[in-house]
Write a protein that binds this ligand. Structure first.
Ligand SMILES: NC(=O)C1=CN([C@@H]2O[C@H](COP(=O)(O)OP(=O)(O)OC[C@H]3O[C@@H](n4cnc5c(N)ncnc54)[C@H](O)[C@@H]3O)[C@@H](O)[C@H]2O)C=CC1
Ligand SMILES: CC(=O)C(=O)O
Ligand SMILES: [Mg+2]
Length: 622
């Protein structure tokens, strides 16, 4: 951290102390827009935003935000009431369009609004509805509908949820974190909005993805909803449409770059870890160029992980091992799989690194094992097949660049198209993390018919639905019912008649991140190690029975997400114990934790999962 930043932080700290002394009274005064008469407000922070009489939403001025402890609780763009009404009316009128252009369920956004209103009114009831109907409502609070929500966020924004830190808040964050009402926060999901699902840069509106991920933390992992915090770091946007949109809620400037960007993220990390030293921070939907750099920067100092790089990798590995078992082969045959990956961004590279590591481990972790593992992958990005001839190659993709000579033997060259690569390689698996809907065209799927596998697998993992590389209908109709299929967003199974079903698995990091977070929290580990991530992935891979995988079911149905999450959390804790990383959680200290057997460990996890039951607020004293 630069000296200037340190100075800003210390001035911000003295401001906190100053504020606690000066403003200890709950009542404070500010001037109303009509009449300039001072109004006494007996509330501050979220209480004002939740009070319909005092609330002005995005129209609170910066002075009001500062004086009323509102800073960070609203998106940064201050609007006037005319703009607010315009935003509201546009949203009202947009309803009809959304019914036409939305995801396959035309009522998805209407359902999201109803659920969101319940979330605002009664959190316990909201999570009870979500948990009891997770199959039906995960696609509403999470992918695909959450993508549509982020795209329409300026209209949907009502009551703020979570915190907003912006480039304008440099030097202020250490004091702003105290505007959040919860004394304890266990889990933060943070985004900078630069790559929301496959929808690109949505700027401040990307907060929706952090909210959606945390809904799953509560529903699947039983993290207490009072202790979760969605965060948006608004460093600007490079989305030209948003930069010109008068209704955009974020900073209307281009994204900060280089040290300016890193300084903001550093300041945010220092602020949240100062107030909540045990919090776990999940980085979500950062564009690739920052996803890897920030992961390297923080992973050895903070309890954090990147869901798109590490969570996705674990889920993909579990699915790939399932695809091996579905062929009636043992998992140890994984290093023989030929895998073509379309997409070399944060998700694609994350999967490639983890798959190579898993293969190398299975082959004995020698140098030859590593080389042999490396040769099982062919990577195609927007410019085609990546080979050593590629100019200005991304350093993260460099290790997967194929040798020219080898490729010549397969009739392939630098920049070869996906269909050429599939024809030349005849892979066992075609895995898409490209964010390009329909990339696995009829031609590509036809080429997959040449696969040397007895059960070829298609992983169309991009989100939301319209960005999926292909639909299960397309894949099964071309490759037949024997094929294995997984997609990032949910699709319905394909019926072939006479009781035959093409199973559509949901290959989404939602099967891992809640368990990784819960396991880390309950172990007290100060970092999220590679071993803990690997344990999570192996637990997911082993969850499906032999009978299920032979039917092509390689991931659990979402109705079992709470059970699988509990097991993953236990596996993560067990690994943390083996690596001597545990520091304990609440009354369970490290030594006690180390003594638990498998059954007791599961019980410990289960007992620490929040359930949506009304607490007793008043005891009868007669
Ligand atoms: N199912 C899951 O659990 C997850 C899915 N994803 C999805 O993965 C997608 C990609 O995410 P990131 O890697 O972060 O994005 P990114 O933007 O960093 O990477 C996209 C990659 O796709 C490549 N690409 C673009 N057009 C292509 C084409 N025509 N053919 C082949 N490659 C092409 C780009 O060159 C780039 O390498 C998104 O849609 C996201 O929703 C991401 C994380 C988890
Ligand atoms: C699922 C997820 O994290 C993504 O699509 O980015
Ligand atoms: Mg993501």
């Amino acid at each position: 951290m630069g000296i200037a930043n340190k100075l800003r932080l210390s001035s911000s700290l003295s401001r906190i102390l100053h504020r606690r002394i000066l403003y200890s009274s709950a009542a404070r005064s500010f001037t109303t827009s009509e009449g300039h008469r001072p109004t006494i407000v007996h509330k501050q922070g979220l209480d004002i935003l939740h009070d319909p009489w005092f609330n002005k939403g995005t129209a609170f001025t910066m002075t009001e935000r500062n004086r009323l402890d509102l800073r960070g609780l609203l998106p940064p763009n201050v609007m006037d009431s005319e703009q607010q009404i315009q935003r509201f009316m546009t949203d009202l009128k947009r309803l009809e369009e959304q019914a036409r252009d939305g995801p396959s369920d035309p009522n998805a956004l209407a359902k999201w609004r109803i659920l969101n209103r319940l979330h605002d009114r009664n959190e316990t009831m909201y999570y009870k509805v979500l948990i009891n109907n997770i199959e039906e409502y995960a696609p509403i609070v999470y992918t695909p509908t959450v993508g549509l929500v982020c795209q329409n966020y300026s209209g949907l924004f009502r009551r703020p949820r979570g915190m907003y830190f912006s480039a304008e808040d440099r030097g202020e964050m250490m004091s702003m974190v105290y505007n959040w009402p919860a004394e304890q926060v266990d889990m933060i999901v943070v985004t900078d909005g630069s790559r929301i699902l496959g929808l690109g840069d949505l700027g401040v509106h990307g907060i929706g993805i952090a909210v959606g991920k945390l809904d799953l933390y509560v529903a699947a992992a039983g993290i207490n909803p009072q202790r979760v915090l969605p965060v948006m770091i608004d460093v600007g946007t490079n989305n030209e449409k948003l930069l010109k949109d008068p209704m955009y809620l974020g900073l209307q400037q281009h994204r900060l770059e280089d040290d300016d960007y890193v300084d903001v993220i550093d300041e945010f990390m220092e602020a949240v870890y100062t107030r909540w030293p045990h919090v776990i921070v999940q980085f979500e939907d950062f564009q690739s160029k920052w996803a890897f750099k920030l992961l390297q920067r923080y992973r050895c100092t903070y309890r954090m992980f990147n869901d798109d790089v590490q969570g996705t990798a674990g889920v993909a590995i579990a699915g790939l091992l399932g695809a091996v078992r579905a062929q009636g082969r043992p998992m140890i045959d994984f290093p023989k799989m030929k895998i073509v990956v379309a997409g070399a961004g944060s998700a694609g590279i994350g999967v490639l690194n983890a798959a190579r590591k898993t293969m190398a481990r299975m082959l004995g972790n020698t140098e030859t094992a590593f080389d042999s593992a490396q040769s099982q992958f062919w990577v195609v990005d927007a410019q085609g097949l990546i080979t050593e001839r590629r100019e200005n190659i991304d350093p993260e993709a460099q290790p997967f660049a194929r040798k020219t000579k080898e490729m010549e033997r397969q009739g392939l060259k630098e920049g070869a198209t996906l269909v050429e690569v599939v024809r030349g390689v005849k892979p066992d698996v075609l895995l898409g993390l490209s964010a390009v809907g329909g990339l696995f065209s009829k031609e590509v799927l036809e080429a997959m018919k040449g696969s040397t596998s007895t059960r070829p697998a298609i992983f169309a993992m991009s989100n939301p639905t319209k960005n999926a590389e292909c639909t299960p209908q397309d894949a099964f109709s071309i490759l037949g019912e024997n094929m294995i299929f997984a997609s990032g967003s949910p699709f319905k199974n394909v019926e072939f008649g006479s009781g035959h079903v093409g199973h559509c698995n949901q290959g989404n990091n939602m099967y891992l991140f809640p368990g990784i977070g819960l396991g880390t929290l309950l172990s007290g580990a100060p970092i999220v190690s590679d071993g803990m991530l690997q344990a999570a992935s192996e637990c997911l891979a082993a969850y499906m029975s032999e009978e299920e995988v032979l039917q092509g079911i390689i991931y659990p149905p979402i109705s079992r997400i709470r059970d699988i999450t509990k097991r993953i959390a236990a596996a993560v804790i067990k690994e943390a114990i083996e690596e001597d990383l545990v520091e304990g959680y609440r009354e369970m200290d490290a030594r006690e934790l180390q003594k638990l057997n498998e059954e007791e460990l599961m019980e410990y996890v289960e007992n620490n999962m929040w359930n949506p039951e009304y607490p007793t607020l008043v005891y009868k004293d007669d």
